[in-house]
Design a protein around this ligand. Structure first.
Ligand code: BES
Ligand code: MN
Ligand code: ZN
Length: 495
């Protein structure tokens, strides 16, 4: 997709669609007067007829127009100006971009007013328009002969003002769009392609493109590292496991290091605790944590953030083959903790256990892990919200603030000691499930045994990582949820 900024007057920008934001207000916003005049006053008439309300994410297409460079206009509502947030802006611009991406070879221009709308600056609008143009026009129908959605042929950002700042905002938007689409692509691809080694191969390409250091630990190395908890999960599959480590050293040798750790179960059948078909149907998405880490790392590197960040991705397939691990097995994790297996479908925590302890020993200072870890978290918070869990409130506050700043929804759940009783082992140190109640929390408490007391936040993305249905503002399938938050977190980590 060709992406560029133009400072031509909006009336002269040539495009198949000109996307024009409007707000909920009594008068026509000042930025629309010139366009209104060029169109013979139709914008004003639509406003007085009540057709142009400006309500959040409401759209009004105008086709076959003359008098301006574009042949169609799509008005999109941003709601009340002083209530505008980045999350609302995203919703509106994603809706617009999805609406007009049903045909191939479309040339699109986003209009960006040169004044702030409420508290949202023109630069922020430029970034959002660029990202939404890229993410909204890409579908999950990767293998359909006739695609329902088509990436724009050309995306122009019609914004004039401080050139360097606007261009930087557009680059940022482009990098975020690329990262989110990378994460979505990895998750949307079928599990026959994205096996542990298939994922690692993609990671190598990404690392080369973004100038990330990469290391892939194969099964033999994992055995040398005594990662027996993770290896147990891989036992039932003919696909060998691996761990991908990518590194961005932008902060100098003495700066602290941030670890992003991702669950990469490339397919979760449940193992011997086999899932029923309905529950297994979307389990190609169980590597979304790893895909989110790789997406975020690609953006952190491309943005050249002055910070040291390492991404760790634990990749396995959970299958019920003849050599599968069994209920009642006792696993000795890399850090010596013994784990009693009560359910082979609680495999994500077994993978993360060893990956976290590897990162601890590598001397990383702070941790965030991302995992499609529990159905219980989806029951608790719904499909659109991630759960946060921590052993360090101030570090968690930083993560939550980063999420809030980018408009992604995350809600913290408690980690009280009373939950620990639920995972206390009878034969080994801990059990890999805590029973029916509080399942998202007992899973997090399990992980806490492997972070060596370092500041750590666990994000359970089981709900939002993979959407079950289309909405006007987002495609079903992989969402790329949390990529932006991680990039924002890395930015804050630097300062
Ligand atoms: N990958 C699943 C969790 C999941 C569920 C992700 C729904 C996305 C959507 C995880 O490995 C799992 O199976 N968890 C079990 C844990 C239980 C056996 C303690 C669950 O949530 O049922
Ligand atoms: Mn499972
Ligand atoms: Zn799983």
């Amino acid at each position: 997709m060709e992406i560029r900024r133009t400072d031509k007057p909006w009336t002269e920008v040539e495009a198949d669609w000109l996307i024009v934001p409007v707000i909920e207000s009594t008068d026509l916003p000042a930025w629309l007067t010139q366009l209104d005049q060029a169109l013979g006053g139709i914008v004003g008439r639509l406003k007085s007829l009540g057709d142009l309300t400006g309500k959040l994410a409401g759209t009004l297409p105008l086709r076959g127009i003359t008098g301006i460079g574009a042949s169609r206009i799509l008005f999109v509502g941003l709601g009340v100006a002083k209530e505008l947030t980045l999350a609302r802006l995203d919703k509106a611009l994603m809706t617009a971009s999805r609406m007009i991406s049903d045909k191939p070879e479309t040339r699109v221009a986003f209009v960006v007013p040169s004044e702030a709308i409420g508290t949202v600056s023109p630069e922020e609008i430029v970034t959002a328009a660029t990202t939404c143009g890229m993410v909204g026009s890409l579908g999950q129908d990767l293998f359909r002969t006739e695609r329902g959605r088509h990436p724009f042929a050309c995306l122009q950002i019609a914004a004039s003002g401080p050139e360097a700042a606007l261009d930087a905002a557009m680059d940022r938007g482009r990098i975020l769009g690329q990262a989110i689409n990378l994460t979505r692509d990895l998750v949307n691809r079928p599990p026959q392609e994205i096996t542990p080694l298939g994922f690692a191969e993609r990671a190598r390409t990404v690392a080369a493109d973004c100038d990330l250091r990469i290391e892939v630990l194969d099964q033999q190395r994992l055995e040398q590292e005594r990662m027996r908890s993770m290896l147990a999960v891989a036992q039932g599959s003919p696909q060998p496991p691996c761990m991908v480590i990518v590194e961005h050293n932008g902060g100098g040798p003495n700066a602290p290091r941030l670890a992003l750790v991702g669950k990469g179960v490339t397919f979760d059948s449940g193992g011997l605790s086999l899932k029923p078909t309905d529950g297994m149907l979307t389990m190609k998405c169980d590597m979304a944590g790893a895909a989110t880490v790789l997406g975020a790392m690609s953006a952190i590197a491309r943005l050249k953030l002055p910070v040291n960040v390492v991404g760790y991705m634990g990749l396995v397939e959970n299958m019920p083959g003849g050599s599968a691990f069994k209920l009642g097995d006792i696993l000795t994790a890399r850090n010596g903790v013994t784990i009693e297996v009560l359910n082979t479908d609680a495999e994500g925590r077994l993978v993360l256990a060893d990956v976290l302890s590897y990162a601890v020993d590598a001397g990383v200072d702070r941790f965030v892990d991302l995992a499609t870890l529990t159905g219980a978290c989806v029951v608790a918070l719904g499909e659109d919200v991630s759960g946060a869990f921590t052993n360090n409130q101030s570090w968690c506050d930083t993560v939550l603030a980063s999420a809030k700043a980018t408009g992604e929804d995350v809600w913290q759940l408690p980690m009280w000691d009373l939950y620990e009783d639920l995972i206390k082992g009878d034969v080994g140190d801990i059990k890999n499930t805590g029973g029916r109640w509080g399942g998202a929390i007992t899973a997090a408490r399990f992980l806490q045994h492997f972070v060596g007391g370092k500041p750590w936040v666990h994000l359970d993305i089981a709900g939002p990582a993979f959407a079950s249905s289309n909405k006007p503002h987002r495609e079903a399938g992989a969402t790329g949820h949390m990529v932006k938050t991680l990039v924002e977190l890395a930015r804050r980590f630097a300062t």
